[in-house]
Ligand binder design. Sequence first.
Ligand SMILES: [Zn+2]
Ligand SMILES: [Zn+2]
Length: 313
Amino acid sequence: MTPNRRQFLTAASTFAITSALVPRVSLSHEKKPTRVVLLGTRGGPSVEAAERNNASTLILINDVPYVVDCGYGVSKQLRKAGITLNRVRYIFITHNHSDHNLDFGPLLYNAWITGQAIQIDAYGPPGLIDMSRSFFEYEKFDIDVRMKDEGRADPRKLVFTHEIEKPGPVLTNDDVKITACLVRHPPIVHAYAYRFDANDRSVVISGDTAYAPALAEFAKGADVLVHEVMYLPAVEALVKRLPDATRLRDHLLASHTLPEDVGKIAAAAGVKTLVLSHFVPGDDKTITDEQWSAGVRKHFKGQVVVGRDLLEI
Ligand SMILES: [Zn+2]
Ligand SMILES: [Zn+2]
């Protein structure tokens, strides 16, 4: 993790002393229940007129928003889920495919421009610090103008970006312990699943992965596993429609999980609820919920939820 935890704590506490813009703390001592909201359930980077937005999941822990992945449209989906953008406190990126990070920078910006900005800590694979820097460079003109003209705080000082070099503990606070697990998403090496162990609930987000037995171990006993899924007959049909799509087919098969295998992972992990998300292909409306889940149910006897945008679990 860069900077390391000690540096982060130092940076964070310095920030709190020098600025009034500290994260909002609930006055009530009663913890709010953990909520999971699917913001975008579509797999893949294309932006088409479809009912599924690009990948993102919101976890509200004690009413604090943790956003996992920032596919295109994440800011608007957060608004639709009732989250004012300057409440976003933590962002996690599973891997650096654009359907998971295209709106990382824009979410940082939109959170900053909404009312009084707060600190954001962002976690993800190596490359995230560069992405954050490059984005602020890209919007430098606007940011500099608004800081001077509107008296806004410097967003570059409100964002702390942490790169996760290897799996293991990522963040622990009073409400939650968050850990990362490497999954299988070739050719990308730093592809992570995240586990959120809150006081009342454990939630695992698979990220993009091929069948990964290590993920079953990682998700052991979780209340909710949000897992990606790929429906092979629709992929075969898609590939037939595209010229020279052999490589696309090979890529998809090597890096995503078929329903039967998702069921095996959920069963081995012994999770209570399995939520299917990041549907591949994500724009084929002819695939029914039954088709997405039939293979899963062959192996997993717990609750299966076929995800859709803005569904709360
Ligand atoms: Zn993806
Ligand atoms: Zn991916």
